[in-house]
Design a protein around this ligand. Structure first.
Ligand SMILES: [Zn+2]
Length: 122
């Protein structure tokens, strides 16, 4: 009984500091867990965005491919022949030629340039 009274009246400074330290560490851990949870949510959101961009880009590519195939089949089905194409087929073939200087700037090349710039930034 006497011993218990002695502990209550003389607080142990070292123990108090230890408890304070523990409480501080607990707060830091809680903050870290919250930060990680928030980061996880951000990453999940970015993953959803990236997946949506990938889906849209894939759809765009397949639409583009379909359009090219359709245009080529129009040329193939035409009554003109390879060494002597009619005006319409020449126009189509010219529009399909990526190296054609009359064409608007090549979107694929620009996209690649932008992409490599972005990668260099990272
Ligand atoms: Zn033709």
């Amino acid at each position: 009984m006497k011993k218990v009274t002695k502990i209550k009246t003389q607080p142990n400074l070292q123990e108090s500091r230890l408890r304070e330290n523990f409480e501080m560490l607990d707060r830091i851990r809680d903050d870290t867990v919250n930060d990680i949870e928030s980061l996880t949510k951000d990453f999940q959101h970015m993953t959803v965005v990236a997946e949506s961009i990938r889906r849209n880009y894939r759809a765009l590519l397949s639409e583009n491919q379909l359009l090219k195939n359709t245009l080529l089949s129009i040329v193939e089905d035409c009554e003109c022949w390879q060494s002597n194409r009619c005006d319409r087929c020449q126009k189509i073939l010219k529009s399909l030629d990526n190296n054609n200087p009359d064409c608007p700037p090549n979107a694929a090349k620009e996209y690649r340039a932008i992409l490599s710039q972005l990668r260099n930034l990272g």
